[in-house]
Design a protein around this ligand. Structure first.
Ligand code: MN
Length: 287
C-alpha cells in the first residue's frame, strides 16, 4: 500500500456547481449531469445537498426507480430514511453512507428524517458496464463508525468509503469500476496526497471552505476535474477546506439514459420503461 505518487495529477478544469432541484423540490447543487458536463465516464451525476432551510429539503425524494447503475449516498450532517419496494428500510445518519447497486432494478424513496436543522450530503451516480447492468441489486450500508478515519499528516482528516491509502482501506468492496471515495478535511495550509489509480477518472469537489488542488485554487461548491496520474496533492485554503475526492475506472461504452434508467441501447431503455409500467421492474430482491 504505497503512497508514493510519481505522476501527480494536474487540474484539467474547474467548474462551478449548478443550482437545481430534484425529487419533490429538494434544492441541490449539481456538478456532474448538467448541460455543461453531461457525464464524466463512469460518473453520471454528482449532487451536493446543503441547506438549513427545511422547505428546501423536507419533501425529499418520493418513490422512484433506478436501473443500470449505482447510487452512492454520503451523509455529512443530518439524517435520511431509506425505504424500498422489497421491505428494506434504514436511516442514514451524519457520517454514514449507502452504496446501492441498482442493477436490474429497485424502487425506493429517500426522505429526510428531520424537520429542521442542517441537511448536508451527497449523491453520486456511477455507471455499470453493459454486462453488469442487470445484475441483482445490492446494498452496502455503512454506519458512521464503520468508515475508517485517519490523519496521515497534522491538520488533515480523512474518512474513507472506498479505496486504500495511508494504511487504511474503505469498507466498500466488489464494485466493478474499482472506486476511490474519500472525504478530506484540511486545516489552512495542511497538505496531503491522495493516491488514485492511473487511468481512473478523478475529481475533487470542495464543499466547505476552499482548497488548493494540484496548485490550483478551488472555491466552495466547485468541482476540479483532474488530469491523469497516480495521485493528487491537496492543500487547505486560507480558511481550511473540506472536499470529496472520487475516482473510478472509465467504462468506455455507449450510454443511453433517461431519468432514473441508464442503459446501453435504446432497446434496453424502452424495456426499462415497459417493465416499470407493467409492474415487471423489480426482478430480484436486494441482498
Ligand atoms: Mn434514488
Amino acid at each position: 500500500m504505497s503512497n508514493s505518487v510519481e505522476n501527480p495529477r494536474g487540474v484539467e478544469k474547474v467548474l462551478r456547481a449548478m443550482d437545481t432541484s430534484d425529487g419533490a423540490g429538494v434544492a441541490l447543487r449539481r456538478s456532474i449531469g448538467t448541460p455543461q458536463l453531461d457525464m464524466l465516464d463512469p460518473f453520471l451525476m454528482l449532487d451536493s445537498l446543503s441547506t438549513d432551510k427545511a422547505d428546501e429539503y423536507i419533501a425529499g425524494f418520493p418513490e422512484h426507480p433506478h436501473r443500470g447503475f449505482e447510487t452512492v449516498t454520503y451523509m455529512v450532517e443530518g439524517a435520511m430514511r431509506h425505504q424500498d419496494s422489497m421491505g428494506n428500510e434504514g436511516i442514514l445518519r451524519s457520517g454514514g453512507a449507502q452504496w446501492m447497486t441498482a442493477g436490474s432494478g429497485i424502487v425506493h424513496s429517500e426522505t429526510p428524517e428531520q424537520e429542521d436543522g442542517l441537511l448536508q450530503g451527497f449523491q453520486l451516480w456511477i455507471n455499470l458496464p453493459a454486462k453488469d447492468k442487470m445484475i441483482d441489486p445490492r446494498y452496502q450500508n455503512m454506519e458512521p463508525d464503520e468508515l475508517p478515519e485517519i490523519s496521515p499528516v497534522d491538520g488533515a482528516q480523512l474518512r474513507l468509503l472506498a479505496g486504500s491509502m495511508h494504511g487504511a482501506t474503505g469498507p466498500i468492496n466488489g464494485i466493478s469500476t474499482d472506486p476511490v471515495f474519500v472525504d478530506v478535511k484540511l486545516e489552512p495550509g495542511a497538505k496531503v496526497t491522495i493516491p488514485t489509480p492511473k487511468g481512473h477518472t478523478a475529481v475533487a469537489y470542495v464543499f466547505i471552505g476552499d482548497a488548493v488542488v494540484a496548485d490550483k485554487p478551488v472555491p466552495t461548491h466547485h468541482l476540479a476535474i483532474l488530469q491523469d496520474g497516480d495521485g493528487v496533492t491537496l492543500e487547505g485554503g486560507e480558511h481550511g477546506g473540506r472536499m470529496l475526492v472520487i475516482a473510478a475506472r472509465p467504462i468506455h461504452e455507449q450510454v443511453v439514459r433517461y431519468g432514473p434508467f441508464v442503459m446501453s441501447s435504446k432497446q434496453e431503455l424502452m424495456q426499462a420503461f415497459e417493465d416499470y409500467q407493467n409492474g415487471n421492474f423489480v426482478r430480484k430482491a436486494a441482498s
